[in-house]
Design a binder for this molecule. Sequence first.
Ligand SMILES: [Zn+2]
Length: 185
Amino acid sequence: MKKEITLKNEKIKYILKQSRRARRMRLAVYSGGSFVVTIPHGMGLKKAENFILQKAEWVLEKIKIMVRKEPNGIFQRRSRKEYLKLKSAAYTLAENKVKEFNKFYGFKYNRIAIRNQKTRWGSCSEKGNLNYNYKILLLPEKYADYIIVHEICHLKELNHSQKFWDLVGKTIPEHKKITKELRGL
Ligand SMILES: [Zn+2]
């Protein structure tokens, strides 16, 4: 269950898990900064929240450390199971967005595919195939838009020349800022 709690004015997202085997509450922060709270079956949310509040300092410190450990958290912490679950929704998103942005560009493409890659958001092949990482579904929309457009523009310019970036800039004027932010996710 996805939850959110405010710790020292910071909104922190966490996953709440109920476990029949857990005798006590458990807090864990994983690389990339994802925060998981396990509670014994039948324990109320209020009690869980109070416990997290008591440990606020520890939680915030730990998240800071774990995020730093793995700046590419969003790439690493996902599983194959999640990929299979989200693949078709990611395809629909990519297909709709390619259609939308390609109304402007009007480039010819072959097909769209969704992939589960650890280090790339997308790619474009010489044959005109557009490949996107399923995790575009998990990104804020402005990042997904940029990734979609980036690969569309490779249909015309299969490089990162000034011409290429000018094409990208026609629909995503703030692409420089977005690229930088994406690296920090
Ligand atoms: Zn590129």
